[in-house]
Design a protein around this ligand. Structure first.
Ligand code: FAD
Length: 474
């Protein structure tokens, strides 16, 4: 970087961009490097996909509803922001999840770890898999490992180890739910690299998951609450994290309601043009944007064409608030997921008021249904009324709900779920090299690159800040 006082601009005010801003300020301060940080966000609201609605005593998440508790990046940030007391765990009496199979809800067999069976007896008893499917899954204990380290699809890996039935009836609806994706398309290395590592180390996926099961909650630095619950959120919803981050970033300049439309390299600096004419200058730039959006600003790089092509699935979620007396179905769990082959409109339903005790006032029930996955985007043509009719029909069939909700809230999230293709990590490496060579001081991060979960996004924001510091010191 050239001048004495550094100018860093961060584009995108989702969790990745806000984390990048937080850690850039922190690291530069710790290293006594004077810096002016500006964050530019196209929308009026900060937080990106994270949005919480407070209505009539309900806490309704319009995007993500929680994060994986054992990931240190988010726990560290929570501690740094003084938010530990605000954390809340899932209801310990509602941990069972269900899967729809041939029109009926079956409890997920106990001992499933990331959709992989690790306990014999519940797996043998489950009605989700036929006897032949169970025998095929058990072959994992004997099958040799695949020696070559080449990336493959998540679906082909699970099918190779555990068979098609486990893939379609258990793993796909569970894991693909995280990406709203097609497991036959998603990259194993970019989504669940631990599966490949387990195969390399233990040969059998089941035995390897079993060996790792007891270690997973023993990560150093986790607070008690994170050891007890797989997922965490905040008592007033995930927006708490965004609000506190923004509060802590008082000293940086925030421009909201204006999108970046052009970035040009001018000598050693970058010049940015915003859609209302504002111009900014930066010697360091972090693009915390969806991949297709970032690609527009680096068109001359060969890998930009690939970035543009990272597809994003569109999804919607429909929250429905009911009076308790209108729901007779026993909500003794956290909800259910639906495999593709069931042919339903909804892909899952979270029993939010059972899963999270803070989500609904006493005497009420909050459900959240999900629509849309990759290769299944027809829902986008539907009006709100058509969408609702489809959701109600599915809830009637699966949970026998006949009553109308007291209110509902539809959230459409267009191009919101990145689909990492096979070879994604290799392309990322190439992109990194091209950026270093042709765009020094420009870093990309966010859900389109190194993980979609909130903790992964925070980690990427932090990594970008560290790269910025190294660049400033070079
Ligand atoms: P975004 O949140 O998309 O932020 C990017 C920002 O860039 C946006 O605010 C956008 O307005 C802005 N922007 C775009 N273009 C420009 C421009 N030209 N100039 C300036 N600004 C621009 N993760 C979990 O861990 N747990 C969950 O339960 C979970 N559930 C999810 C449910 C849904 C419905 C969705 C959509 C995602 C879910 N995720 C979940 C994933 C997670 O929420 C996202 O991956 C994460 O929030 C993305 O953060 P980000 O900052 O990378 O991107």
């Amino acid at each position: 970087m050239g001048s004495e006082r550094r100018k860093v601009v961060i584009v995108g005010g989702g969790i990745t961009g806000l984390s990048a801003a937080f850690y850039t300020r922190k690291l530069f301060e710790e290293n006594q490097i004077p810096v002016d940080i500006t964050l530019v966000e196209k929308s009026e609201q900060l937080g990106g996909k994270i949005r919480t609605l407070h209505r009539d005593g309900f806490v309704i998440e319009k995007g993500p509803d929680s994060f994986l508790a054992r990931k240190l990046s988010v726990i560290t940030l929570v501690k740094e922001l003084g938010l530990e007391e605000e954390l809340t765990a899932t209801n310990p009496h509602a941990i069972t999840n269900y899967i729809l199979h041939k029109g009926k809800l079956h409890p997920m067999p106990l001992g499933l770890v990331l959709g992989i069976p690790t306990a014999v007896s519940p797996f043998i008893k489950t009605g989700l898999i036929s006897p032949a499917g169970k025998i095929r899954a058990a072959l994992d204990l004997l099958l040799p490992r695949k020696e070559d380290a080449k990336d493959e699809s998540l679906g082909s890996f699970i099918e190779r180890r555990l068979g098609r039935e486990v893939l379609e009836n258990i793993t796909e609806p569970l894991l693909a739910g995280i990406y709203a994706g097609d497991t036959q398309f998603l990259s194993l290395q970019a989504t669940f690299p631990q599966f490949k590592q387990i195969e390399q180390k233990h040969r059998s996926l089941i035995l390897g998951m079993l060996a790792g099961k007891n270690q997973s909650h023993n990560v150093n630095g986790l607070p008690d609450i994170a050891r007890k619950s797989m997922f965490l959120t905040f008592k007033r919803g995930l927006i708490t994290l965004i609000d506190r981050l923004v509060e802590s970033l008082q000293s940086i300049r925030m421009i909201t309601g204006q999108g970046v439309v052009q970035i040009i390299r001018d000598g050693g600096d970058y010049k940015l043009k915003l859609d209302q004419g504002t111009e900014l200058q930066a010697d360091g730039l972090i693009l915390a944007l969806p991949a297709f959006e970032a690609a527009k600003f680096i068109p001359e790089l060969p890998e930009a064409r690939w970035l543009e092509q990272v597809t994003y699935a569109s999804v919607a979620n429909i929250a429905l608030a009911y009076k308790q007396e209108d729901i007779s179905f026993p909500l003794n769990g956290s909800g259910f997921v639906i495999p593709r082959n069931e042919g339903r409109m909804i892909t899952a339903c979270t029993w939010s008021s059972s899963k999270w005790l803070h989500a609904a006032p006493p005497g009420t029930v909050l459900l959240r249904t999900y629509v849309g996955r990759s290769n299944s985007q027809e829902w986008m043509r539907l009006s709100d009324q058509e969408l609702l009719s489809g959701v109600w029909a599915d809830l009637k069939d699966t949970m026998e709900i006949a009553a109308e909700p007291v209110f509902f809230e539809i959230t459409r999230c267009f191009r919101s779920m990145p689909q990492y293709p096979v070879g994604h990590n290799e392309r990322l490496k190439k992109l990194g090299v091209q950026l270093r060579n042709y765009k020094p001081g420009l870093f990309v991060c966010g859900a389109g690159y190194g993980g979609v979960g909130i903790p992964d996004c925070i980690q990427q924001g932090k990594d970008a800040a560290e790269q910025m510091l190294t660049f400033a010191q070079s």
